[in-house]
Design a protein around this ligand. Sequence first.
Ligand SMILES: Nc1ncnc2c1ncn2[C@@H]1O[C@H](COP(=O)(O)OP(=O)(O)OP(=O)(O)O)[C@@H](O)[C@H]1O
Ligand SMILES: [Mg+2]
Length: 110
Amino acid sequence: MIPVEVVDAALPTARIVPLGLIVAELVANAAKHGAGRIRVSLDHTSPGEYALSVSDEGIGLPAGYDPGATSGLGMRVISTLVGQLYGRLNFGANGSGPGAKFTVVFPDAG
Ligand SMILES: Nc1ncnc2c1ncn2[C@@H]1O[C@H](COP(=O)(O)OP(=O)(O)OP(=O)(O)O)[C@@H](O)[C@H]1O
Ligand SMILES: [Mg+2]
């Protein structure tokens, strides 16, 4: 089961499409490389700004992890889509527990 927590958000269709593709890639990665519960959330972090997060409870990311330096296709797709949202990608540990967490922070308008 994948718990999904979202705020009410009114976003232009042009933002929904890349967001959906990002969620698909991050959830695929959490399932493939992570373990345990996968959690997806969308938060309104400040006026005009949203944060989309996908976390898992797997081994987490290695020290010095560089998403741009991997051979996979997923991170390249994600980074292109994050650019389309004028957003930025943060990544690291999933809170204090095990696992990885990826967060895309993006403005509600381009
Ligand atoms: N949730 C995660 N937990 C641990 N490592 C991860 C996680 N997500 C990504 N990674 C690491 O980042 C690398 C790059 O991810 P990326 O999606 O680009 O490639 P991939 O998933 O290996 O291949 P592809 O997406 O092309 O099927 C992964 O190979 C993995 O080492
Ligand atoms: Mg992948």
